[in-house]
Design a protein around this ligand. Structure first.
Ligand code: CA2
Length: 147
């Protein structure tokens, strides 16, 4: 079995740490990537960490994960609420998938309440800030180890 966890990030998350620190914190995506890699290594896993501003690229990463990943952690950002293409792609991925959001989307405006992705997620990590990524790696290592 592959020991690679795909960590996929959607639009605008490349700006983490540079804008809206009260909502998203001051940690950059590069910091998060490094922390994921270190935490996964400690648990015997590898991480393929990606960010894109393009919906089709996210879909293609999910397709690639079908052959190369034991699990997906995904922060689809705005595509969470709009992308049936991403929902359909994730349906084809049979291993565990964790939907992740840095902020507590349910405490925000109603446009952030109705995730399309949650219906196919194995589990959801919401509102733990940047730390959520490491927590999701731990949870994924446990789930992938089981399946
Ligand atoms: O809390 C999250 O992780 C979100 O997925 C972030 C998305 C938002 O649409 C979701 O509702 C919740 C937005 C990402 C925007 O990224 C920025 C990063 C830094 C500064 C400004 C925006």
């Amino acid at each position: 079995m592959t020991k690679t966890i795909f960590v996929l990030n959607g639009p605008n998350l490349n700006l983490l740490g540079q804008r809206e620190p009260t909502i998203y914190g001051t940690t950059t995506l590069a910091d998060i990537k490094e922390r994921c890699i270190v935490r996964a290594r400690g648990l015997g896993f590898m991480v393929d960490f990606r960010q894109t501003n393009f919906e089709g690229e996210l879909v293609e990463s999910v397709h690639q994960a079908r052959n190369e990943a034991c699990g997906i952690i995904i922060n689809p950002a705005a595509y969470t609420f709009t992308s049936i293409a991403l929902l359909d792609a994730l349906k084809t991925f049979d291993a565990p998938k964790i939907e992740l959001h840095i902020s507590n989307v349910h405490a925000r405006e109603s446009i952030y309440h109705n995730s399309l992705i949650s219906r196919v997620a194995t589990a959801i990590m919401i509102g733990f800030g940047a730390r959520g990524y490491e927590l999701a790696i731990e949870a994924m290592a446990e789930m992938a180890g089981r399946s």
